[in-house]
Design a binder for this molecule. Structure first.
Ligand SMILES: [Zn+2]
Ligand SMILES: [Zn+2]
Length: 294
């Protein structure tokens, strides 16, 4: 998800307390630490990047609950550069780089920007291209052609570098499958914040895609997500926060952070019937298969 308006709307109230640590290491496959920690200077005129100490403290809080692996996700050129630099200096973090579908829909996916994403994708600790995809909720029909063109270019960049592809899918399930089937999906394709039902999950699983579940899995009205998670093979599951968005129950609406992902891991254990410790081991193995080792 992006950007500052949504970010502010999701950051009401005090940060929730850290949950009990997981019994085995797991991960957060999708976070925006730059947005968690501040108003990033997207236009160069306001905001400040979080300082290294604040970022390190945030990561340490995740490590303290047995979440030692994070994927930091960029949504534009500036945050993609920041993500790549963080992954370069911090052993617990790998990076994903991209122009977000809503940025692309607003005209950001110009040649220079895509060339910079391509350059960043070649860096050794940048292991995924994303988040990219289609967002038919925040972008109106006038932006759909630009959004799809950008998505197709991101698929090509991921394949060129042998990187994972991280998909943002908002109200666009069938359209995304159409583009992926047409372009040929990269070997490792992740649906971040999976939002489909069992039927769509089956279509993704059959194609070998990985479903990454966010705090939405814990929401009372998310029966369709729990059905989707229950039918996916455990080898095709990941978990994430998409922090600072999508804070899991019982803290829905308060600021999210990677250290809260254990709530979602525990919910996923309940839904899948896989014992918690075993699930953590699967999630870590899946992450290392998709993104490579940290
Ligand atoms: Zn997203
Ligand atoms: Zn995101």
């Amino acid at each position: 998800m992006s950007r500052s308006a949504a970010s502010r709307a999701n950051r009401r109230g005090e940060p929730p307390p850290s949950p009990e640590p997981l019994p085995s290491p797991a991960l957060d496959s999708h976070t925006h630490l730059d947005i968690v920690l501040g108003e990033r200077p997207a236009d160069g005129e306001h905001g400040e990047w979080a300082d290294d100490d604040a970022v390190d403290a945030e990561i340490a809080a995740a490590v303290a609950v047995n979440v030692p692996r994070l994927v930091q996700v960029g949504v534009d050129v500036a945050s993609s550069r920041w993500s790549a630099a963080l992954a370069e200096r911090h052993p617990n973090v790998l990076a994903a780089v991209a122009l977000h579908p809503n940025e692309a829909g607003a005209g950001a996916a110009i040649d220079d920007a895509l060339a910079e994403i391509d350059r960043l994708a070649a860096l050794p600790r940048v292991r995924a291209v994303g988040e990219t995809g289609l967002d038919r909720f925040r972008t109106g029909p006038e932006g759909w052609a630009a959004q799809e063109a950008s998505f197709r270019e991101h698929v090509r960049i991921a394949k060129r570098h042998g990187s994972a592809l991280v998909i943002h899918d908002r109200d666009a399930h069938e359209e995304i499958l159409r583009v992926l089937d047409d372009e040929g999906a990269p070997e490792h394709t992740v649906f971040h914040c999976f939002s489909g039902d069992a039927v769509f999950a089956k279509a993704c699983v059959e194609r070998g895609f990985v479903l990454s579940f966010a705090g939405t899995l814990t929401f009372g009205n998310a029966g369709h997500l729990r059905e989707a998670a229950a039918l996916a093979p455990v080898g095709q599951l990941l978990v994430e926060t998409d922090s600072p968005f999508l804070t899991p129950a019982p803290y829905r609406g308060r600021p999210n952070a990677s250290r809260l992902v254990p709530h979602t891991v525990r919910a996923l254990a309940d839904v899948t019937g896989v014992q918690l410790e075993e699930l953590c081991a699967h999630l870590t193995a899946n992450a290392e298969r998709v993104f490579g080792s940290w």
